[in-house]
Design a protein around this ligand. Structure first.
Ligand code: NAD
Length: 249
């Protein structure tokens, strides 16, 4: 067994920036062909596609709102038609709309739950049949330590990220007999546009709560995803791997 992803085809949702971008590029570093979806940033997604191609791998940048099931089925079909199969799905697309429960609007609740949770259902469901035909696959869902520990001001986000863990374990149990594995990566505080919006004081507090005493880099999340995509993790399913500097231990 090796970490090589040569011959594997992968899809990363929301792969035009941040953690998704780092994952897409690292999967290509290890020899995979990689498609990324994006909602609005066509230019950034095309840049990721070009960077993957410059590593000698096949790439696609596909516009697709992750909350749209029909579109998810079209995206998977396009990959299977063009590349013959889909081996790995990384459900990365996600948003935050933070507020204290007393102030949280119904819209903030619905948007975060729908984007973060339904998107996971969509791509996991759409990939199931092609993966069964291919006699295996790996689904990797990006949750958060907030889904494990909770966080004041993020009840919608925490509920969605905890939901991802329950969904993944159920999916893993349903499809294990078909050699389809499903695992969760739960990042802690990682420097991206998403965390860039946090207040400086809040960020200092997060660092103080992190035993390794620093923010994580998106590429460190990507390392865990490469492992779960590879045959090196062939006996691991239904697992949650925290990449959080020890924050939630
Ligand atoms: P980001 O905001 O930089 O990237 C999120 C990506 O998701 C963007 O490319 C965005 O366009 C895409 N996206 C959002 N809604 C979409 C939709 N409806 N359809 C398609 N794409 C959509 O954030 P990030 O920090 O890179 O986060 C990536 C994932 O990691 C998210 O699921 C996030 O919850 C999770 N996460 C991040 C951190 C962190 O500290 N940055 C920590 C824990 C978990």
């Amino acid at each position: 067994m090796s970490l090589s992803l040569e011959g594997k085809t992968c899809l990363v949702t929301g792969g035009s920036r941040g953690i998704g971008r780092a994952i897409a590029l690292k999967l290509a570093d290890f020899g995979a062909d990689v498609a990324v979806t994006y909602s609005r940033s066509a230019d950034a997604a095309e840049e990721v596609k070009a960077e993957i191609e410059s590593k000698g791998q096949k790439a696609k940048a596909i516009q697709a709102d992750a909350v749209d099931l029909e579109r998810a089925e079209e995206v998977i079909a396009e990959i299977v038609d063009d590349w013959g199969k889909i081996d790995v799905i990384v459900n990365n697309a996600g948003i935050t709309k933070d507020n204290l429960i007393l102030r949280m609007t119904e819209e903030q609740w619905d948007d975060v739950i729908t984007t973060n949770l339904k998107s996971i259902f969509n791509y996991s469901k759409a990939a199931a049949k092609p993966m069964m035909r291919n006699r295996g696959g790996s689904i990797i869902n990006i949750s958060s330590v907030v889904g494990i520990s909770g966080n004041a001001g993020q009840s919608n986000y925490a509920a969605s990220k905890a939901g991802i863990i329950g969904f993944t374990k159920s999916y893993a149990k349903e499809l294990a007999s078909r050699n389809i594995r499903a695992n969760v990566v739960a990042p802690g505080y990682i420097l991206t546009d998403m965390t860039g919006e946090l207040d400086e004081k809040v960020l200092e507090g997060i660092k103080a709560e992190t035993p390794l005493g620093r923010a994580g880099d998106a590429s460190e999340v990507a390392d865990a995803v490469v492992f779960l995509s590879s045959d090196m993790s062939s006996y691991i399913t239904g697992e949650v791997i925290r990449v959080d500097g020890g924050m939630a231990m």
